[in-house]
Ligand binder design. Structure first.
Ligand code: KG4
Ligand code: ZN
Length: 337
């Protein structure tokens, strides 16, 4: 086995609407500080320009707090890592420029991390860790992917979504229901109080491929029709509608996960990304896993939604592999695994 190099790394995440910084030493997270942005709530979605401005305000205090909480001084750092993509250009730029400035001032290397790889490697922050190879369903506001993970630095996307991401489906349908952004956590909460009594159809895509835009349209037409007859329908049936929407999304995700497991013969199965915070998805994964003899893994809640600890653990592996970028590195809003 190759020698493990000792390393202390500061990692910055700023891909969307959360500003986060973390410090990791030899693969152990020492701090993980996140500033959330509430400004987008009133608009029903993230407004990129407002997100960049908020990152600009939050980044220095967040980095400062992460260093302070870790007890590590700047001089002890061996590298600075940042989220290079995918994400919003303006948001990524703030993290990228801050990381570059620090790397230049401290004369240490820079690591450009892929946010989607990081959601997957969040599984390697705590024990128990999946055995390799494992399959990871990454479900966030912008992505829905099933990834075959051979090692921390060798991954292959087996399938992705044709249109909306799972989180986007939660958020857009929530908007029709008059719920605040992000609607995923809200739908999750209300679904617990209802019954999935409305059967929304699933797309009939073959293979490991997802589609959620059909569901979004089906729910929109259903609501329009019902509201014409009874303008209190949404209010009265909110919990049941949420339970039905959530069940349909979970059915789609689990069906494709079963298919991927069959096709690859892999039974080490993890989920990651913001939507993996969903209570319904978590309990269904456990139940299906028991039925099928899978070993299932879900990161701690704070490592499911956007956070810098996952950027830090990815940077840890990249440091070991000698994967650095230079000061000319640019954010890549469409960065691929
Ligand atoms: O990974 P993430 O924090 O940010 C992105 O990289 O996009 O994911 C955010 C997404 C949002 O769409 C949000 O509605 C969804 O995750 N989400 C949830 C839950 N918590 C967050 N969706 C369903 N149930 C939840 N409990
Ligand atoms: Zn994310």
């Amino acid at each position: 086995m190759a020698d493990i190099k000792s390393s202390t790394i500061l990692a910055i995440e700023s891909s969307c609407d959360d500003t986060s910084a973390a410090v990791i030493r030899d693969g152990m997270i020492l701090s993980n500080v996140t500033a959330h942005q509430d400004v987008h709530m009133q608009y029903g979605g993230v407004i990129p320009e407002l997100a960049s401005r908020q990152h600009d305000q939050h980044i220095i205090p967040v980095v400062d707090a992460a260093l302070r909480q870790s007890g590590v001084s700047r001089e002890e750092l061996n590298a600075i890592a940042f989220t290079q993509g995918p994400g919003l250009m303006g948001s990524l730029l703030i993290g990228c420029s801050t990381a570059k400035a620090m790397a230049m001032a401290l004369d240490i290397p820079l690591i450009g991390v892929n946010h989607m790889e990081a959601h997957i490697l969040a599984h390697f922050i705590d024990e128990p860790r999946p055995e390799l190879p494992f399959l990871c369903l990454t479900v966030s506001g912008g992505h829905t992917q099933i990834v075959h993970v051979r090692s921390a630095r060798d991954m292959e996307v087996l399938g992705t979504t044709r249109d909306d991401a799972a989180g986007e489906a939660f958020d857009k349908i929530g908007k029709y229901l008059g719920l605040p952004y992000p609607a995923g956590p809200e739908i999750d909460k209300l679904a617990k109080l209802g019954e999935p009594k409305y059967p929304f159809g699933k797309s009939k895509l073959k293979g490991i491929e997802f589609s959620f835009s059909g569901l979004k349209t089906a729910v929109l037409y259903f609501l329009k029709k019902e509201m014409k007859q009874d303008d209190k329908f949404i209010k009265r049936e909110m919990n049941n509608i949420c339970a039905s929407v959530q069940k349909t999304i979970i059915d789609i995700l689990i069906e494709k996960l079963i298919l991927a497991s069959k096709e690859t013969d892999i039974t080490q199965i993890g989920i990651g990304g913001g939507v993996s915070a969903n209570a319904g998805l978590r309990s269904r994964l456990e139940a299906v896993g028991q039925e099928r003899g899978w070993s299932t893994y879900i990161p701690r809640l704070e490592y499911c939604t956007d956070n810098a600890a996952m950027i830090a653990i990815t940077a840890h592996y990249m440091y070991q592999a000698g994967e650095f970028v230079d000061l000319s590195a640019k954010p890549d809003p469409r960065m691929k695994i």
